[in-house]
Design a protein around this ligand. Structure first.
Ligand code: C2E
Ligand code: MG
Ligand code: MG
Ligand code: MG
Length: 279
């Protein structure tokens, strides 16, 4: 294709790559300053129980307002942080802040859990489970109020054995393990039993565009997850219609703009609880 379209195209193809490369490099450089310069902060989005209508957890979502590059979405900078191993320090900071914040909001006696996204790159660092254990001790958050979200990529790489051991260790401590973006990978359904998992989170792409194919994936995922004794969370719910369809399919918990957008403060106006029919 590139050859066929002649010299001019080859040139623009190369320069497009170059621009992307330069952008990644700039992000990588700026990201090194992000933590010391206080450019990172967290937002929290409620996860709502389907039966109770109550906030069961908050998912922590990392935000970066770069002095140099402006606001950069996590889908763009997290992969770069993962490549350079910066994600290890950033990820530890995220988890510590998240544990402290959820305690600030609800106290030690009980309250919503906090769900932290964790990259494979963090899990394979020696003594990751120990680091988490120490964080829980340091902050005072009970282990059963921490959820670790990992993507299906944990099944794609050759270190599934190590990852499985680390996650089992955390699971034994009481930490919940959730599989994020469920349905976007290819090898996970048959491998779910290899890792101690408590819940799967169906990827928002299936919910945002719930056509007949997406519906089949969602129904299949719910069937299999429930068969394995796992809960099912649906993310990306933007409308009441999506919520009620997912309720009918048997989803256990909801997350999405319909309930609340990610925010720096706790959700103190659970509008969906006001009408009985919404739950
Ligand atoms: P994720 O873990 O699947 O998080 C859910 C994403 O869906 C978030 O995007 C959230 O803002 C968005 N979302 C929630 N409800 C809706 C909705 O109703 N409609 C739509 N269209 N989107 C919705 P966000 O915040 O941009 O984060 C993107 C991804 O970046 C996350 O996907 C996660 O994979 C990664 N990420 C975010 N924070 C961290 C972190 O601290 N560590 C790591 N390793 N990854 C993170
Ligand atoms: Mg997540
Ligand atoms: Mg997701
Ligand atoms: Mg994701």
């Amino acid at each position: 294709e590139v050859k066929r379209s002649g010299r001019g195209s080859v040139h623009s193809y190369d320069s497009k790559l170059l621009v992307e490369q330069e952008r990644r490099l700039a992000i990588n450089q700026a990201l090194r300053q992000a933590m010391p310069s206080d450019e990172l902060y967290l937002e929290y989005q409620p996860v709502v129980g389907a039966k109770t209508g109550e906030i069961e957890a908050y998912e922590v979502l990392l935000r970066w307002e770069s002095g140099e590059l402006g606001r950069i979405p996590p889908d763009e900078f997290i992969p770069i942080a993962e490549e350079s191993a910066l994600i290890v320090d950033i990820g530890e900071w995220v988890m510590r802040e998240a544990c402290k914040t959820i305690l600030d909001w609800s106290g030690f006696a009980g309250g919503p859990k906090v769900a932290v996204n964790v990259s494979v790159r963090q899990i394979v660092v020696p003594r990751f489970a120990r680091m988490v254990e120490n964080l829980l001790l340091e902050t005072g958050l009970p282990a059963n109020r921490l959820i670790i979200e990992v993507t299906e990529s944990i099944f794609d790489i050759r270190r599934t054995q190590l990852i499985s051991e680390v996650l089992s260790d955390l699971h034994d401590q009481g930490v919940e393990i959730h599989i994020d973006d469920f349905g976007t990978g290819y090898s996970s359904l048959s491998r779910l039993h290899q890792i101690r998992v408590d819940a799967v989170k169906i990827d928002k792409s299936f919910i945002l565009n719930m056509d007949i194919n997406a519906r089949a994936v969602i129904e299949g995922a719910i069937l299999i997850a429930h068969r394995f004794g796992l809960d099912v969370i649906a993310e990306g719910i933007e409308t009441e219609q999506q919520r009620s369809e997912l309720a009918a399919m048997g989803v256990d918990a909801y997350q999405g703009y319909f309930f609340a957008r990610p925010s720096s403060s706790p959700c103190d106006d659970p509008h969906w609880q006001k009408t009985e029919s919404n739950v």
